[in-house]
Design a protein around this ligand. Structure first.
Ligand code: NAD
Length: 241
């Protein structure tokens, strides 16, 4: 299937490793130009070099997407680099595990900043550009906890469900106000990444490369009528309807 995004300008945050990087790889494989960000110069430069082997233009910006000023800066950097912004994949590292009753205010504020507000800031910064172009695809990487909270991941569960509620509402606004621009969630179940290893995950794991290709589909031309969806990629683990 031709995803119809060759030459499109994409921004993928938190993409030096893991699922963000897999999304960037899948977009590059489809011929998109991609700007990636990550916090650490070493792994970001390594990821940039590997992605460039795909033959399309790839830019890297070292930045922490949880800084409130960074999402707008990244959108502007992508427009400056490629002359537009067609695709945004909003990703950030996940919060630490913990029991719901042990949650401290500061931890909650940090998780909400990283896994709710950073995505909202990226969408707010990107939509005006996409609206002017009449075409845009935004995919936020969340978690399968949007359909079924995961025990001892209280911070993540809280931030992701908040993001899901906001995305659903914003996608409806976009349908009325910015035809051609879509906003969806892609919700991983367990995938074999560094984070999953750090959390001590066991059992069946998805392939990050496949997850990246699902994200690329949501950012594709034929997915233009998929808006306000949460696509769960968990191998059937959750049972919620
Ligand atoms: P990961 O920790 O393996 O990789 C995250 C990447 O993002 C790293 O390159 C890291 O340097 C970068 N990063 C982290 N925080 C950043 C920030 N603030 N600014 C810029 N770059 C940053 O994580 P992953 O497994 O790829 O997961 C990606 C997201 O998906 C996370 O939010 C995670 O909680 C969520 N998730 C992952 C799984 C899974 O099984 N891997 C399952 C459910 C949800």
């Amino acid at each position: 299937m031709d995803l119809g995004i060759e030459g499109r300008a994409a921004l993928v945050t938190a993409a030096s490793r893991g699922l963000g990087r897999a999304a960037a790889e899948a977009l590059v494989a489809e011929g998109a130009q991609v700007l990636i960000c990550g916090r650490d110069h070493g792994s970001l430069d390594e990821a940039g070099a590997a992605l460039r082997a795909g033959g399309t233009r790839v830019e890297t910006v070292a930045a922490d997407v949880t800084d409130p000023a960074v999402p707008r800066m990244l959108v502007e950097a992508t427009v400056e680099a490629f002359g537009g912004l067609d695709i945004v994949v909003a990703n950030a590292g996940g919060p630490p595990p913990g029991r719901a009753l042990d949650v401290e205010d500061e931890d909650l504020q940090s998780a909400l900043n990283a896994n709710l507000l950073s995505s909202i800031r990226l969408v707010r910064a990107g939509v005006p550009v996409m609206g002017r172009q009449g075409w845009g695809r935004i995919c936020c990487i969340a978690s399968y906890s949007v359909v079924q909270p995961i025990p001892r991941l209280a911070l993540s569960n809280t931030a992701r469900t908040g993001l899901w509620a906001w995305v659903k509402t914003a996608a409806h606004d976009l349908a009325e106000e910015a035809r051609g621009v879509t906003l969806n969630l892609c919700c991983p179940g367990p995938h074999a990444t560094d984070r999953m290893r750090e959390l001590g995950g066991v059992g069946p794991m998805g392939d990050p490369g496949d997850f990246g290709r699902v994200v690329a589909f949501l950012c594709s031309q034929p997915a233009g009528f998929v808006n306000g969806a949460a696509l769960v990629v968990d191998g059937g683990e959750t049972l919620a309807l």
